[in-house]
Design a protein around this ligand. Structure first.
Ligand SMILES: Cc1ncc(COP(=O)(O)O)c(C=O)c1O
Length: 354
C-alpha cells in the first residue's frame, strides 16, 4: 500500500477513484471520456458539481460558481482582469512562489501592484502580520495556503476593499466564510478533483465591472457565469470526478468534519516534529499549514538513511519542493490518519537509530 503525501495532483478518496474508473467504462452507455458536454447527462453533472460547491462551502446567494480551465495560473490573470477598476491598482501580500506568480501576472495585464506585506526577507517562512492594507486600490489579493513553504493564513486579511484569494491548496479543508471574499479561485488538483478544472466562486456584483481595455471572452467571468461554465468545452472528466468527490465530502460530514480530521492529522505530525531530536519545523509555529507540513533534518548527513526508511514504508511524495528542499508532507483531505501514523512511526524509528 502506498501513502501519498504528494503536493498535487494528489490523493482522492478510494471510492471516488472506483466510481471514476467505472464511469470511464460506462457513464450513460458511453464513457465519460466520450460523452458530449452538451448532453443532458453531463449538463446534470455540471449543475450538480456547482450546486455541491455551494452546499459544501455554504456559499450565500449573490455568488456564482464556475469551472474553467487553465489552472490557478490562469486564475492569476483572470483575477486581475476581472477585479481591475478605476485606479487599476491592487494590493498583494507576497507569501511565496504562487503569490509572486499572481503579482507578476497582474502586472502583465496593466495592474499597478502594491506589495504591502511580504515574508520574502525570511524565505517566506511566516505569514506577514501587522501590516496596513492600502485603501487606494481596487482589490486586495492573498494566497490562503502556501503549498511550497507550508504556511497558512489562519484568518483572512482585514480590509474594506474587495478581497481576492487563491485558495488552491486549502479549499474544502476547513470552514470558510465566503461572504468575506469577492473572488475565490482554486485549481482542482488538491482537495477537489483531478487536474483540469479550476474553480471560481465570484460575487455577482463583481461581474462585468472590469476597466481592462483587454478582455478575451474566455477570461471574462461574467460571460463564463452567464454560460454556466459551458462557453466552450469544459474539462468534462475533471468536473465529473470533482462532483463525485464533493458528493463523498458531503456524505462524510462535509467541510466541518473534514476540518476536525485535518486538525488531528496535522497535530499528530507537528507533535512528532516538535518532540523529535532528529527533525525541526521549517516555518514559524503559529503560521504552520495543516495541508503542507514542511520540516528539516537536524543533521543533513542522515538524509539517505531517512529517505530509505520512508520509501520502504510505502511513502511517496515526501521531498520538499525543488526550490526549498527539506521535506514536505502534504496531507490533503483524502489522506487517511493511518498514513500520517506510518510517517510518524518512520520518523520515530529514524530518531531511535540516532
Ligand atoms: C497555492 C497555489 N496557487 C497556484 C498554483 C498553480 O496552480 P496550477 O498548476 O493549477 O496553475 C498552485 C500549484 O500547486 C498552488 O499550490
Amino acid at each position: 500500500m502506498k501513502h501519498n503525501f504528494g503536493a498535487g495532483p494528489c490523493i482522492l478518496p478510494q471510492v471516488v477513484f472506483e466510481q471514476a474508473a467505472a464511469a470511464v467504462l460506462d457513464f450513460n452507455g458511453l464513457s465519460i471520456l466520450e460523452v458530449s458536454h452538451r448532453h443532458k447527462d453531463f449538463v446534470a453533472v455540471m449543475d450538480e458539481a456547482m450546486d455541491l460547491v455551494k452546499k459544501a462551502l455554504n456559499v450565500p446567494s449573490g455568488y456564482s460558481v464556475a469551472f474553467l480551465q487553465g489552472g490557478a495560473t490562469l486564475g492569476f490573470t483572470i483575477a486581475a482582469l476581472n477585479m481591475m477598476r478605476e485606479t487599476k491598482k491592487a494590493g498583494y501580500i507576497n507569501t511565496g512562489t504562487w503569490a509572486s506568480g499572481a503579482i507578476k501576472e497582474a502586472k502583465k495585464v496593466g495592474v499597478e501592484v502594491n506589495v504591502f506585506a511580504s515574508s520574502e526577507e525570511k524565505g517566506f517562512t511566516y505569514i506577514p502580520k501587522n501590516y496596513v492594507a492600502p485603501t487606494d486600490v481596487d482589490y486586495i489579493h492573498f494566497t490562503s495556503n502556501n503549498t511550497i513553504y507550508g504556511t497558512q493564513f489562519k484568518e483572512c486579511p482585514k480590509t474594506q476593499l474587495p478581497l481576492v484569494c487563491d485558495m488552491s491548496s486549502d479549499i474544502f479543508s476547513k470552514e470558510i466564510n465566503v461572504s468575506e471574499y469577492d473572488l475565490i479561485y482554486a485549481g482542482a488538483q488538491k482537495n477537489l478533483g483531478p487536474a483540469g478544472a479550476t474553480l471560481y466562486i465570484v460575487k455577482d456584483e463583481v461581474l462585468g465591472k472590469s476597466t481592462s481595455p483587454f478582455m478575451p471572452t474566455y477570461l471574462d467571468l461574467k460571460q463564463q457565469v452567464e454560460k454556466e461554465s459551458m462557453l466552450n468545452t469544459p474539462p468534462v472528466f475533471s468536473v465529473y470526478v470533482a462532483m463525485l468527490n464533493l458528493r463523498d465530502l458531503l456524505a462524510t460530514g462535509g467541510v466541518k468534519a473534514m476540518e476536525v480530521k485535518n486538525n488531528t492529522k496535522a497535530k499528530l505530525l507537528y507533535d512528532e516534529i516538535d518532540a523529535s531530536p532528529a527533525f525541526r519545523g521549517a516555518v514559524e509555529t503559529e503560521d504552520r499549514s495543516n495541508m503542507n507540513v514542511t520540516f528539516l533534518l537536524n543533521d543533513e548527513s542522515g538524509s539517505a538513511e531517512f529517505d530509505d526508511l520512508w520509501k520502504s514504508a510505502g511513502i511517496v511524495g515526501l521531498p520538499g519542493h525543488r526550490s526549498v528542499g527539506g521535506y514536505r508532507a502534504s496531507m490533503y483531505n483524502a489522506l487517511p490518519i493511518e498514513s500520517v501514523q506510518v510517517l510518524v512511526d518512520v520518523m520515530k524509528e529514524f530518531a531511535r537509530r540516532g
